[in-house]
Write a protein that binds this ligand. Sequence first.
Ligand SMILES: [Fe+2]
Ligand SMILES: [Fe+2]
Length: 501
Amino acid sequence: MDARDKPGMTENVSKERAMNVDIMKVDYSTKIPNNVNLSEDRQVLKALEGWHPGYIDWWNDMGPDGFQQSLVYLRTAYSVDPRGWAKFDYVKMPDYRWGILLAPQEENRVIPFGQHYGEPAWQEVPGEHRAMLRRLIVIQGDTEPASVEQQRHLGKTAPSLYDLRNLFQVNVEEGRHLWAMVYLLQKYFGRDGREEADDLLRRRSGDADSPRMLGAFNEATPDWLSFFMFTYFTDRDGKMQLHSLAQSGFDPLSRTCRFMLTEEAHHMFVGETGISRVVQRTCEAMKAAGISDPFDVAKVRALGVVDLPTIQKKLNLHYTLSLDLFGSEVSTNAANAFNAGIKGRYHETQIKDDHRLQNSTYPVLKLVNGEIKRVDEPALTALNMRLRDDYTQDCIKGLLRWNKIISLAGYDFKLTLPNVAFHRQIGEFKDIHATPDGVLIDEATWNKRKSEWLPSSDDGDFIASLMTPVTEIGEFASWISPPKVGIDNKPGDFEYVKIET
Ligand SMILES: [Fe+2]
Ligand SMILES: [Fe+2]
């Protein structure tokens, strides 16, 4: 039965239903696919169309190196309905339809935290918080193209067509996330928004003169183990930031981030399963060769797989770079953004408290008289620490899965997250050195021992030596297991990328 025929349903309700169905569907008739009615928003459409050629130039210069003519089996969003939003088909990456997709508007949504708690969510930028809001959107926007730039060389060493396709899926979606932020800048921030949108195409990851805004997004992603670690740990920082922005009182930002999270889940899946498959392959190879000591690095490497201690070092690096992305543990910026109703907490609406945090405290790890201690700080200024704690909890899930693979294979080895004082460049511990167990050490000891904990250039050389591309259908490199299931339930011998050079 059509919903409109239901007895008792008022006309207004049925109209709202119809509107929501509209917003679920994406309009592909305009040059820029969207569900925000761009065809009737001429000014913004014009601004976005003006920005489009620069984006394509950026994609051609800084997007995946090679493969631009290849047909890639990609998903594209045709709806924002979480129950079915993507369709899969072969696409040349430059022809991917990057669009503007917002989650449906929630009826009568109110600001869920801060000094405006309970007031109706803003549909326009609140003047008093304009600068802060713009800055947060720009910082989020800057990370999206940065990761594409960082990963641009990886196509050449992909361990399989399946992995190659996943890399490109992540890349085109990070490109779409840039579009998502640029839409907000161009629609809601006028001239300075347009200037910021142009600057997002001007900065380059790792560039000496014009780097990306955040540290981890200027690091190299030299090999596929780094890629998996990046998508597991650094995309997960993205998830936490998007969750906090999805709580925003500025409704268009909230709706944008909510849909981005749908896509982001796949990026972290690529990371988690990628690492699982590397661990799996290593354990299988060690077992087959009768190696009982996982620390016998030379013997394990001779099998053409990545030894577990090196996986731990890569994990240490990417986890700590990602921790730095949360900023200082104690931060007045974070407090201001919360007070203003701009950036909330992870799962804000599910937290049972006053959502204003004027009188509460939160325990923060700090350096006190040369010792790492928990100190109660005002909860408002400790919001970065809280989000980082939520992040760490979220990270642990993958470690449990990876460790299960190792223990099922019969090895006494556990991957662990290093102590938050280890290898930090931002926050409380940036001026000290600590071991992964959190024992403070002096500089000389750090320099002597750091290659036990972080990938050395020798480790990098070894991993690089494994990075020979595998492009035969259904084949995988020696150092990684095939996935358990294919993308879109495709069989193992599916040609995920039809390579054309
Ligand atoms: Fe993203
Ligand atoms: Fe991502």
